[in-house]
Design a protein around this ligand. Sequence first.
Ligand SMILES: NC(=O)c1ccc[n+]([C@@H]2O[C@H](COP(=O)([O-])OP(=O)(O)OC[C@H]3O[C@@H](n4cnc5c(N)ncnc54)[C@H](O)[C@@H]3O)[C@@H](O)[C@H]2O)c1
Ligand SMILES: O=c1ccn([C@@H]2O[C@H](COP(=O)(O)OP(=O)(O)O[C@H]3O[C@H](CO)[C@@H](O)[C@H](O)[C@H]3O)[C@@H](O)[C@H]2O)c(=O)[nH]1
Length: 445
Amino acid sequence: MKLAVIGAGYIGLITASCFAEMGNEVICVDFDEKKIDNLDHYRLSVYEPGLEDLIRRNCKGNRLFFSTNLSKAVEDSLICYLTLSPIYREGELSDITYYLAVAQDISRHLNGYKVIVNKSNVPVGTAARLQKTIAQELAVRGVEYEFDVVVDPEFVKQGTAIEDFMKPDRIVIGCDNERVAELMKELYAPFVRTNRPIIIMDLVSAELIKYSANAFLATKISFMNELANICAITGADINLIRLGLGSDSRIGNLFLFPGLGYGGLRFSQGVRELIQTAKTIGYTPRLLEATEAINQNQRRLFIDMISAYFHDDLRGRVFGVWGLSFKPWTDDIREAPALTVINALMEKGARFKAYDPQAQKAAQEFFGVSNTAISYAADMYEAVDDAAALIINTDWTMFRTPDFNRLKSRLRTAVIFDGRNLYNCQKLTQLGFEYFYIGKKQRTA
Ligand SMILES: NC(=O)c1ccc[n+]([C@@H]2O[C@H](COP(=O)([O-])OP(=O)(O)OC[C@H]3O[C@@H](n4cnc5c(N)ncnc54)[C@H](O)[C@@H]3O)[C@@H](O)[C@H]2O)c1
Ligand SMILES: O=c1ccn([C@@H]2O[C@H](COP(=O)(O)OP(=O)(O)O[C@H]3O[C@H](CO)[C@@H](O)[C@H](O)[C@H]3O)[C@@H](O)[C@H]2O)c(=O)[nH]1
């Protein structure tokens, strides 16, 4: 099939390259000329394992093209995917004004039946507003082309996005007629050959599903963090509780890891946006509000734990930091717990030497290149040289089994604050570390 993907950001690139990989002909459009020029030279503004190779292969196979020409992309395609980012403002529903403006632009170039598919996280009701905008523009043009609006929520995770897209657990399609449902099933058939379901539903339900999935997972994480805080008082072991809980097949092992809480734009904004959606229709979503509050508190508890160990005297102390990104296998630091932790300790006078395999550049931009309170290390051991303690914010795989003797010899004092519960406390104590993790029993006075 011929597809246009509008918005060559993270989701646009994944969508365009994966559809091209399945043999479709895809034009990926962005209004940012520099971005398109870079993509033509295989220079990506996002890091995602395997994405560059996928783009290279499909461009060379003449199935994937990049362009700034929206009109040609729309005219040449049957299906137009919207992969833009709506404007998010704290405490409000995302602003989709410019989203609708792009839909209007698309309508100006409709030259026959087209399907306009939304893949972005947008407020409930956006599909209906897209339908209205397109119909109005066609009326202004005085043409009567048929069109359908589809909601195709994206569930990929950063770091495993290609695998998630190519082998989805399920495909959810929101639409309002049989013809377009059949077309979407045809498009996705190659991705679900192992009998994964394609679930067809109405537009509003499909819009709500994306928020619901993210909010459910976020709630699972906050539930575990709440339990960890109870463990910190009772002395129960949160890591064993996780194993005991997860082996119940009704609960499952995934998304039960306690820690610094969830980060990244999608969970944080998603939960807040679902709260906002509920409030605008007069419902108070108490569980979701608790999910978000526990998540924010988790970072505060970690900061307090570090601060209390040094009797709140952090001035001039240097900490080694492992992990800046909000999760492994990404360079994304948006809503990363690491930033909150570092900022709060920095305000108390602490200094940092940080290591992250991908996110150092983004962090340097965030904290400022001339910020002398934080420097960046070439490797994970250099980060802890002469440090008062190691702080772990992200569970990159390389941090899971470090050389503890080397670590100990390079730290000034063998103290670890682990925000991701990577290690066995007993083992680390035997090795001579003071080891603090999420849910560890607090010392009684
Ligand atoms: N990042 C994720 O993990 C993820 C996962 C699932 C869904 N989503 C959703 O997908 C959407 C896109 O997210 P993203 O991370 O790819 O955003 P992004 O900001 O990386 O990409 C948006 C792209 O659209 C381009 N753009 C903006 N206006 C345009 C216009 N008028 N014409 C053409 N191009 C235009 C921008 O230049 C940018 O390249 C969001 O709603 C997000 O919530 C993201
Ligand atoms: O047991 C766990 C699992 C995750 N996390 C944290 O939760 C956050 C989100 O992790 P993850 O879901 O793996 O990353 P995302 O790439 O943000 O993916 C989420 O957001 C995407 C965009 O909406 C959706 O497509 C995905 O389905 C959804 O998992 C990260 O900060 C993780 O460190 C935990 O604290 N404990």
